[in-house]
Structure formats: structure tokens, C-alpha cells
Design a protein. Structure first.
Length: 374
């Protein structure tokens, strides 16, 4: 009995502390949050009539649409933010769309406001001297000296350009199907507040809207114990899904805002899920330890929301989503239905919708027309 008690206490002391201790936060840990509106309006862009290098040709019949995304950064830390870099990646889900233009472009700047002044002085000097000293007993003393010297000085002064660095770097990835923006924190540029990113897409003539994935990563300098050189490490990240539509398409706007509303309710309801409770009794502790030791026990999946939003999970068959509370599972199903309705805009043009509405109005007018008198 004594051996069993000692073994049990040894097991609890070995694994109990790290399992049940509350997570500790480091002093001054940054609390960085990002936000972005869930809906963006796209406008047709007029074709440029010149042959400048910045003009990107489009296929026959295709058009260019321009949209703007607004990213906000909130820093909840009282101390100066250690964030040194922010990387934003934007990519439409439809792989057939190409990005032909974007803003802001790469920008360079210097921490110095004036050029560096360099002054060089060349100095040449020549000197010759002669000195004679003499004395006669204790009666007279004499000193004769002579000196001859020359000095030439040449001074050259010029200005040198101050060193510069890229405060904003931007470009494309995935063969022009996505665009990235890399923002750096400098003495003249802060990363807090709102930033606006513009993107021009080449779309087919029947294009009405599309889902755009946006990922944001904030990085800070980190120095390991084994190296004197510092490197950038991620300290905060966020992912957003933006529904963009043409400004004159009322149906697409209605579907986009409906999708945004359901996504917001889905995220808020997911936050209210009860956290996993720590075991309090000895049998619960032993079962918890056994699950940790058993390599065949499947781990609890906490990425169901991200997989659902990124269209990587089917709520009808996903095991984790099917174990959610009934009200949350209903919202997840509504989100998938709203997303499918919005994506169906790819196969329906505005002319087809207007023709269907006109036929419906004609049919209603004929069925509700004046009746023949008796």
C-alpha cells in the first residue's frame, strides 16, 4: 500500500505541475490585434490608351476591376511595440483571376533627412632649424638660431547619399494570382492605425464577385541564447475572408452582406464555447495522464473554425464540427449555404438575372391581369 501511494504521488508530481498550472504570460508581451471589413466593393477600371510599360494587356472581352481593402492594427501594449515588420498576403480564391496592378508599390526611405557630409584634408609640412649656443667663462653667453618652414593644406568636401531601406516592399506570388505587402517599422513609419491596399484584377465579362483570402503576420526581433544575431519571429497573426462584388450589382451585394453577417455570428458563437476544464479529482488526473501517454489517442482538433472558413472542412461529415453544440452547428451549416450562394455568382451573369426577373414580372402581371366580366 505504501509503494502504491508513493508511486501515485510520484506520477502526479511528474506530470501534474505542467498539466494543471495556469499558462503564464511574459512581462510586456505584446497584444496586437488586426481587423478588416468583411465586404469590399469593386469598380470597373477604364483602359489606358497609351503603351506605357505599366499597362498590362487583358484578354479579349475581359475587364479590369479595382478594389480596396482596409486593414487596421491595434496595439494594446502600454510599452513601445516590439513589432518590426508586418506581412500582408492577399489572394482571390478563383485561380483563374490574375492581378494586374496593386498599391502601394515598393517604397524606400532613409532615417537621415540630409545627405552625409564628408570632408577630407591633405596637409604637407616642411621645417628646417639651426641653433648655436656658446659661453665665455662666466662673463658672456650667446645664442644664435635660425628656422625655415613651409606648410601646404588641401581640403575637399562633398555630400554622400544617405543609406536607404525599403519601408514598403510589395510584389506578386503564385504566378500573379496573389499579392503581398511587407511593411517595416521605422522612425518615420508606424504600423498602427489603418492601412489601405488596392488591387486590380483581370476578370471575365460575367464576373460579379469573389471571395478574397487575407493573411496578416506581425513579426518582432528575437535573439536566441546561442547566437548573437537577431532574427524575426511571428508574434501575432490573423486571417480574414473578404467578399467583394461589383458596385452596381444589388443581388451580389445582398449575398455578400448576408455571408459577412453569418460569418460574424459564427466567430462570436465559437468564442463562447466552454474551454476544456482541468481535471480536479484523482481519477480524472489519471485518465488525463493516460491520454497524454497513449500515442494512439487522437488529439482534440481546435482548428475546425479555420478549416471551415478556408473551405477545408465539410460540416456534414467533419467529426469535430458534428460534435459541436446544436445551435453552433446550425450556424456553421448556414455559413456554408451562404458561401455557396455567393460563389454561385460565378456561373450567373447580371443579364441573365435581369432577364429572369423581367420574365417573372411579366408572368405575375399576366396571372393578375383584369378578369373578363360575366
Amino acid at each position: 500500500m505504501y509503494g502504491l501511494r508513493v508511486g501515485t504521488l510520484w506520477l502526479i508530481g511528474l506530470v501534474g505541475a505542467p498539466l494543471f498550472a495556469a499558462p503564464r504570460t511574459q512581462a510586456g508581451q505584446p497584444r496586437i490585434q488586426f481587423d478588416m471589413p468583411a465586404v469590399a466593393v469593386a469598380y470597373y477600371q477604364e483602359e489606358v490608351a497609351d503603351d506605357s510599360p505599366s499597362t498590362v494587356p487583358t484578354p479579349v472581352g475581359w475587364k479590369k476591376v479595382q478594389l480596396e481593402l482596409r486593414l487596421s492594427c491595434i496595439n494594446g501594449s502600454l510599452a513601445d511595440s516590439p513589432m518590426r515588420q508586418c506581412i500582408v498576403r492577399i489572394q482571390p480564391r478563383d485561380s483563374s483571376l490574375q492581378i494586374v496592378d496593386y498599391a502601394p508599390r515598393t517604397e524606400i526611405a532613409s532615417e537621415l533627412t540630409t545627405p552625409i557630409q564628408v570632408k577630407r584634408i591633405d596637409e604637407k609640412s616642411r621645417s628646417m632649424g639651426l641653433s648655436l649656443n656658446g659661453s665665455y667663462a662666466n662673463v658672456a653667453h650667446g645664442n644664435i638660431g635660425s628656422d625655415n618652414g613651409s606648410k601646404n593644406t588641401e581640403s575637399v568636401q562633398y555630400d554622400r547619399a544617405a543609406p536607404v531601406q525599403a519601408v514598403i516592399a510589395s510584389g506578386t506570388f503564385e504566378r500573379g494570382r496573389g499579392v503581398y505587402f511587407k511593411l517595416r517599422w521605422t522612425d518615420t513609419q508606424v504600423l498602427e492605425g489603418e492601412r489601405r491596399f488596392q488591387m486590380t484584377l483581370c476578370v471575365p465579362p460575367q464576373w460579379r464577385g469573389e471571395l478574397v483570402d487575407v493573411s496578416v503576420v506581425a513579426e518582432a526581433e528575437h535573439r536566441s541564447l546561442t547566437s548573437w544575431e537577431s532574427e524575426l519571429k511571428p508574434i501575432a497573426s490573423a486571417n480574414f475572408i473578404v467578399a467583394t462584388y461589383l458596385h452596381d450589382d444589388a443581388e451580389a451585394a445582398s449575398l455578400a452582406y448576408r455571408l459577412a453577417d453569418i460569418e460574424y455570428r459564427l466567430r462570436e458563437s465559437a468564442k463562447k464555447l466552454p474551454a476544456r476544464q482541468s481535471p480536479t479529482t484523482l481519477p480524472q488526473m489519471l485518465r488525463h495522464v493516460a491520454m497524454k501517454i497513449d500515442v494512439d489517442t487522437p488529439s482534440i482538433d481546435t482548428t475546425w473554425l479555420a478549416r471551415l472558413l478556408l473551405d477545408q472542412a465539410d460540416p456534414h461529415v467533419d467529426k469535430t464540427i458534428r460534435r459541436l453544440p446544436a445551435d453552433l452547428r446550425v450556424i456553421a451549416l448556414d455559413y456554408v449555404d451562404a458561401r455557396d450562394d455567393f460563389r454561385s455568382l460565378r456561373n450567373t451573369s447580371i443579364d441573365t438575372v435581369e432577364m429572369g426577373e423581367s420574365l417573372a414580372r411579366i408572368t405575375d402581371s399576366e396571372s393578375n391581369g383584369p378578369s373578363v366580366g360575366k
